[in-house]
Design a protein around this ligand. Sequence first.
Ligand code: NAD
Length: 333
Amino acid sequence: MNILVIGGGGFIGSHLSEEILNRHSDWYLTSIDIDSQKVSHLLGNKNFNFVSLDILKESVEEHVKRCDVVLPLAAIANPATYVTDPLRVFELDFEANLRIVKLAVKHNKRLIFPSTSEVYGMCTDVDGFDEEASNCVTGPICKQRWIYSTSKQLLDRVIYAYGDRLNYTLFRPFNWIGPRLDNIESAGHSRVVTKFLSDILRGRNLVLVNGGQQQRCFTYISDGIDALIKILENENKCAERKIFNIGNPNNELSIRSLAEKILYMARNYRSLQKHLDGVSIVEMDSADYYGGSYQDVTRRIPSIRRAKECLGWEPIVGIDDLLQRTMDFYFKW
Ligand code: NAD
């Protein structure tokens, strides 16, 4: 099978590439990205071809033509950018990805597309969000943080609308975490776990936005990748024209508990010990932290019934293990 991963040099793309090359010697991978750092260890593999290309500037049509299946993973998935540069999010996450979706239709290629848990927005279902039944609830237009959620949601709807003309699978990651998630050395914005790790490394306080009462279900990257491999394998067409939540409902934690856990575990790492005296957990209003166009999501629990039934998939890595493996990567290497 010839697989095209666009944004393949990112967190999910790099782990997926590694696992594909480990498990399937007859699968060939073309990875497109503007950054090859996270896949530098794969560059010598004969089944792996890295193409440096900016999808905002160049077409990927020739690559789509040559593959059997395409995974468009390039996106900005960072809450701070949703409010500081919403149009950049729209141009990459929506416009550039829509062009790829249309190419998949035009050349009759299978499409595996990353939706997101964010599409459920402020859905209040407490027993787990259901891919086919739960509402997608977003806020007013002035709350620009919804640009990411609605960009993804509209692509979900477009892909679904192609119906019989497109062989697709949509997957919705719920806070996938692990090694290589973000660069914690750079001062840039990153996702919550790596933001806290980066703050500790700099001796800065861990900031809880709106008290850190928001609950999230954290999923270890290897569990997420297992699901993606099953989707790619597509045994008996089990993944075709389906939407799957891929998350770990057993790893639900408030952001406050997450900060406390990370701070506690940080004592085990020599490179962090010297910074810990200066680090506390503090609270900040979301309007002061993100600006007025932010809005929060309180709880987000996936129903994974469909992934269990259709893919035979279940996550196995618990929250403590997940955090330890991630911190080991950043601070023991
Ligand atoms: P990531 O930021 O680590 O990877 C995205 C990659 O896209 C990066 O390597 C980046 O260099 C590349 N890219 C950005 N602009 C590009 C351009 N113009 N041309 C070519 N490449 C470009 O993100 P990720 O965590 O690997 O997420 C992959 C996908 O999964 C995204 O669509 C994201 O929205 C979705 N997703 C991820 C999570 C998660 O928990 N990680 C959750 C929900 C959805």
